[in-house]
Design a binder for this molecule. Sequence first.
Ligand code: FES
Ligand code: FES
Length: 214
Amino acid sequence: MVDRTDDRHDLDPGSGGVSRRGFLGSVVPAAVGVAVAKDALGEPQKAAPPAEVPAAEPSKLTLVVNGRTHKVLVEPRDTLLMVLREKLGLTGTKPGCERGECGACTVLIDGLTVNSCLYLAIRAQGKKITTIEGLAEEDQLHPIQQAFIENGGIQCGYCTPGFVMAAVGLLLANPHPSDDQINQALVGNICRCTGYVNIRKAVHAAVQKGGESS
Ligand code: FES
Ligand code: FES
């Protein structure tokens, strides 16, 4: 007589030895569990609307840019990049990634290179800000600018102000950098056109001519 309680008679062909009864025994409780959990959790809850945050008051800042003093109304969240371009009309400083990765927005603050997209304008009060517009003296380009022209370090030119400012910052800190130090100083700047060779050549050439003047 065949014992019908024996699971071996309930095997599906190709089931790898798992019986239909065993399979259902494991799946059904799981499905029931999901349904119960869904029921317990109910419909997805809508997030509560964010609490009203009062708008921060703009502050009147005094910014010294390229030797000129500017009074400007600035919100606490305004970046130096935004203020330079949109409030002071100094559009030589370029927005690129706007998260500190491309160097297009490089300016000098008290002689040090800074990504202006990450620098809040309110922090710049009382400091000396230099942008690409502040390098040339009357008709005389800065030696780094001149070297970019002479060495073909420019194609579309979008990255150029950032590279020039990074190179100027390097020469202010170290008037006689080694090749490695030049390469290191430019590592935070991205160019999508030139392939970098002529940019580096330009900075090397300016260094050899005794580059720094600002
Ligand atoms: Fe500032 Fe790219 S725009 S680092
Ligand atoms: Fe075009 Fe550098 S020259 S991005």
